[in-house]
Design a protein around this ligand. Structure first.
Ligand code: MN
Ligand code: MN
Length: 358
């Protein structure tokens, strides 16, 4: 490390100085979050040696099987963030109700929503996983937040970020002035600014979608993917590549570095769920990051950050990444909803497989 390298703490202090009168509690909160990520990185990096791999034989509030590390990472986030006095409450993927700050700790004016371990099914195969977090202001005077206090549009987030635990551990952060990436120097245990002002490339020929759900997709999504697969001879007049890592953090990170499009669209697989990803601690923080990096995030039928959440663990369709591609898919949804895409809405089209076109 050169003595000129900037640590994440120095970066936060500089950001804080831009706002005269700003207290240090926002910086302190992000310091706790970064410490939680460092602790999780350490355990994830120990792999089977940590003795905490595999399923926990329990399910979370959403009926998903929990891994042991889901529970450990959740505890780390709670324990590391609760005592500092900056938070009024927290919401986690792993908890049914908002977490109340224990009575013997002071309470602050921020709310934290997080997915402590994203992509946890990747753990056992040694593929990247991550953590995602979102910071909101607690509604005035609230120090025992009710679920409704967390139901703020994503546009109200003060900060959002993720950690990715891959070959290297990084924290990628926005406080509303661009997106900045910090790499963990394992030698002395600090995150160093290595990726200032991350920008999503404006063009892409890569997309990511779980194609095994094809038969459940809506016509606008089928249309987009069919056009990509048609390659150089189709309407897009270029060949596309497909990627799928099954971890939102890893997908977003790839798109921030080299561009692309990611979709987990609305489908008909389970009509009670509007999508797969959760709005408060997956879609919204990623939407703030992606927009701050020059990309776009949509449900297909509107900007993600404008949506008003209806419940803590609400799921949403997510179309995210390269702005022109997201706008194209939004356009396909609009044409579909207006009945202007007859060729793509016909039963014949819907029965054709993406992989056997004819
Ligand atoms: Mn997740
Ligand atoms: Mn998770």
């Amino acid at each position: 490390m050169s003595t000129r390298d900037k640590t994440i703490t120095e970066f936060m202090i500089e950001e804080q100085r831009r706002f005269p009168g700003a207290g240090g509690d926002f910086t302190a909160l992000l310091n706790h979050v970064r410490l939680a990520c460092k602790r999780i990185s350490f355990i994830v990096g120990r792999g089977a040696l940590a003795g905490a791999h595999g399923a926990a034989q329990t399910t979370n509030v959403q009926g998903e099987a929990q891994m042991e590390l889901d529970i450990i990472a959740n505890d780390i986030f709670l324990r590391t963030s609760e005592y500092g006095g900056q938070l009024a409450g927290m919401v986690s993927e792993e908890l049914d109700e908002p977490y109340q700050i224990p009575a013997d700790y002071p309470r602050g004016r921020y709310l934290l929503a997080f997915d402590p371990l994203d992509g946890s099914s990747n753990i056992d195969v040694n593929a990247p996983v991550g953590s995602i977090f979102s910071v909101l202001r607690a509604p005035h005077g609230t120090d025992q937040p009710a679920p409704a206090d967390f139901l703020q549009p994503g546009a109200k987030q003060l900060a959002a970020g993720y950690a990715i635990y891959g070959a290297t551990t990084m924290v990628v952060l926005t406080v509303g002035r661009g997106v900045h990436g910090f790499t963990l120097d394992r030698g002395f245990g600090e995150f160093i600014l290595t990726h200032p002002n991350m920008r999503i490339p404006e063009e892409t020929s890569e997309f990511a979608i779980n194609a095994s759900n094809e038969r459940f997709w809506e016509p606008p999504v089928k249309r987009y993917v069919v056009e990509c697969l048609a390659g150089g001879g189709g309407v897009r007049a270029k060949d596309f590549n497909m990627r799928w890592i099954a971890s939102l953090v890893a997908e977003v990170h790839r798109i921030l570095i080299r561009g692309g499009l990611f979709m987990y669209p609305k489908d008909t697989k389970d009509p009670s769920k509007a999508g797969r990803l959760r709005l408060l601690y997956e879609a919204n923080p990623m939407a703030m990051i992606v927009e701050q990096a020059g990309g776009a995030v949509s449900t297909g039928r509107g900007r993600m950050l404008d949506g008003v959440p209806e419940s803590l663990h609400q799921r949403v369709p997510v179309i995210l990444g390269c702005k022109s591609e997201v706008e194209r898919i939004e356009g396909y949804h609009l044409e579909h909803d207006q009945g202007l895409d007859q060729a793509y809405s016909s039963p014949l089209f819907n029965e054709r497989s993406l992989f056997i076109q004819g």
